[in-house]
Design a protein around this ligand. Structure first.
Ligand code: SF4
Length: 435
């Protein structure tokens, strides 16, 4: 085998954080299209299917020239580096590659401190991984212990986003939940990369617009062409997917863009639902068109009110007040779509009583709009998030800075030891900075 991709379980020996970065499938399909033998294993899915799944034994019998691992979300730091060591023990001559946004941020530290890793892909991996495989085939591979980067910006239309057959147990993966496989009998679904990047800079987000400039080299979001998205969705529906989770908020594009997209999807006759996480509040026109295009019963919009204070919400990247929020939720319900609400705990810019106001707004919205799900989750400091990079602007004391910090946190979590959940502390933010 030329390439074996592995998605590490965040908890060693147990299924945890099953979802793979959506860019993995197009990356693997790209290598296949160029003639390489590629296979993929999701360690967390395997552990969900078989609690006795033995990764070391699996690796001993699955030899590849290149092993690629994702370290996209920092929660996988311990899993990815544990797997890298395991691979090197079993196959010392194999090439071990790490990629993803966290790996990109800490590429130098990884190569300095983790000898089991031969290369880190910084930025999008489609072309660097292919070039590595081609270089190995020509016996002209890059020197080990180096960073691999793409020479040109990502052209999102160039890749196959819908073929999942490289993955062992791909059918089961379409029932993935956070820490196990869904058994609710609901429709199968996958993450689908319709676009990358964001226009906003929410302080807690490691995938904000500023992060895409630094790590991936583009300021504006990149979107797949509407006709290709429509064709992909029709293909996914034909594969039996009942819904797809869009990686990019379509409503953040211009009305011309999403109207064209919805026209194409309707013309394709793809019948499926979507899960759309809105960056802000989608317009009423957008919500109605979404409901007209996708299966309403299988379509959900996630809205993020974050907290109960308008000023704190604005400081954290969401500039809408409670009345506009309620009008939007009303439109979603009237359109017959499912609703998901996200609130966050530990936001920068707290004021006296803000926690109580958050809980009150959350309870009011739940009573009035009956969301399918409603969360209030604690934040963890993302690598490269605005509040990690500019803590004074947000009144934050940073405790997680290096990969070693994230690795220690992820290892403690995996081992069941106490760990620093948030990775930061809050202090008062000055009125000048708040503005
Ligand atoms: S939280 Fe969402 S809207 Fe905010 S910067 Fe991140 S991706 Fe964009």
């Amino acid at each position: 085998m030329d390439l074996l991709y592995l998605h590490p379980s965040a908890t060693r020996g147990k299924p945890s954080f099953l979802f793979m970065p959506a860019g993995v499938f197009p990356m693997l399909n790209h290598a296949r299209r160029h003639g390489f033998a590629v296979s993929a294993v999701n360690e967390a899915v395997e552990l969900a299917l078989d609690p006795h799944f033995d990764t070391a034994q699996f690796l001993a019998t699955h030899r590849a020239q290149v092993y690629a691992l994702d370290l996209h979300w920092h929660e996988h730091a311990h899993g990815a580096l544990s797997l890298a060591r395991l691979i090197k023990e079993r196959h010392p001559d194999a090439v071990v590659v790490l990629g993803g946004i966290t790996a990109s941020r800490y590429a130098d530290e990884i190569l300095r401190d983790h000898p089991a890793v031969d290369h880190v892909v910084s930025g999008y991996g489609e072309e660097p991984l292919l070039q590595l495989l081609q270089g190995l085939r020509r016996r002209a591979a890059p020197a080990r212990r180096s960073v691999l980067t793409a020479a040109a910006p990502l052209a999102l239309d160039d890749y196959d986003e819908t073929d999942h057959t490289a993955l062992l147990h791909a059918r089961e993966y379409a029932m993935a939940g956070i820490h196990g496989l869904r058994t609710d009998g609901g429709p199968r679904g996958v993450y689908y990369r319709n676009g990358v990047g964001c226009t906003r800079n929410c302080p807690y987000c490691g995938g904000a617009a500023s992060a895409h400039v630094e790590v991936f080299g583009h300021r504006r979001p990149l979107r797949r062409s509407p006709a290709l998205v429509a064709a992909d969705l029709a293909r996914l529906a034909a594969q039996g997917m009942g819904w797809v989770c869009l990686t990019h908020d379509v409503s953040s594009g211009s009305p011309d863009y999403w109207r064209e997209l919805f026209d194409e999807v309707r013309a394709s006759r793809a019948r499926l639902g979507v899960y759309l996480e809105a960056n802000g509040l989608p317009s009423a026109g957008f919500v109605r068109e979404l409901a007209r295009t996708f299966v309403p019963a299988d379509t959900r919009i996630a809205i993020t009110p974050l907290c109960g204070d308008d000023e704190q919400r604005a400081l954290n990247g969401k500039s809408f007040g409670a009345s506009r929020l309620k009008a939007c939720l009303r439109t979603i319900k009237e359109a017959g779509l499912g609703l998901v609400l996200y609130f966050a705990d530990g936001l920068p810019g707290p004021a006296p009583g803000s926690r109580a106001r958050s809980l009150l707004l959350k309870a009011q919205l739940e009573a009035e709009f009956r969301p399918q799900m409603s969360f209030r989750t604690p934040l963890t400091l993302d690598p490269g998030s605005p509040m990690q990079l500019r803590p004074d602007d947000f009144g934050v004391r940073v405790r997680l800075r290096t990969l070693a910090d994230y690795l220690a946190r992820a290892a403690a979590r995996s081992d069941g030891r106490p760990f620093d959940n948030s990775g930061y502390g809050l202090r008062a933010v000055s009125a000048r900075r708040r503005r």
